[in-house]
Design a protein around this ligand. Sequence first.
Ligand code: NAP
Length: 312
Amino acid sequence: MTEVLAIGSFSDVDAAALRDDLGARIVDSLDSAAALHEETRATVRAIAFKGHATFDGALMDLFPALGLIANYGVGYDAIKVADAQTRSVAVTNTPDVLNDDVADLAVGMLIAQCRRMVQGDDHARSGAWADGQEFPLNRKMSGGRVGILGLGRIGREIADRLAAFKMELHYWSRGEKQTPGWTYHDDPVALANAVDYLVVALVGGPETEGMVSAEVLDALGENGVLVNISRGSTVDEVALIDRLEDGRLAGAALDVFRSEPGIDPRFAALDNVVLQPHQGSGTHVTRAAMGQLQRDNIAVFMAGRPLLTQVA
Ligand code: NAP
């Protein structure tokens, strides 16, 4: 009898723990889960989910005993939460344990963009430096004006780090927050107008779809650099690429994309972008902690105890 089903591409360590600790059966995709025999699906009470494919009500209906979808990751926009709620299916995620890594990557990408570290690496490796070619001067980041679009858990960690770089902090959230003197803006365009660097740390999903609009990018302006570690859906990517190509925006550093992993090929032709393969939380330590928290939520659910990190 399969009471716990794991769907997705899990590391060997996580897969072993899912099997050993929770007796989970593991399949690689939602399609494979849907293709399981009806009798198998009927016994599933909890699903450990890892992936970005849409998990909607029609899929949930294939598991009539389902009570929990435990997501691997803090962003759970792939799961149709309203569908889960109407079916009395709880949803959990893995917040906080990944804040440091995602914030580290955001700051690292911003520095890499300003200081042209990718091009500098190539300059040193290629022999251009040894041949006597000078590496062009680049852009100072410390002391600049930065805006955080979405001062949540990760946004706050990014802001704290950038404050240590002596930057002037501005932010947008749905409401003003307790901060050490950072400037609140109630409108993303006003935020972008006030800064040279804009770091996006919003949730994904329909509520934030395209919040970094052409208008926001134009407010950021020709000296502006956009950093996105949230979801590709938060940015008008066509408007972004247009502006990076013609100089209406100075640069971008992106860990997430609309059509990832098959990113728009126009990005690869740009010299003013730093591109990362959605690896914000991708360290050994953090991925292990995410897997543990996902399993812990399932374990307490199966034991009839309160969920640890319930989002719906
Ligand atoms: P969080 O604490 O919930 O913060 C999310 C931010 O989004 C908050 O500022 C929140 O506004 C804002 N927000 C939430 N609902 C909104 C709505 N309906 N309309 C407008 N804004 C809304 O989440 P977190 O833990 O910081 O994670 C943020 C996101 O980072 C995740 O959802 C995920 O998409 C992304 N992420 C990416 C990676 C990566 O590998 N690149 C890794 C982890 C997470 P308030 O401040 O007003 O609450």
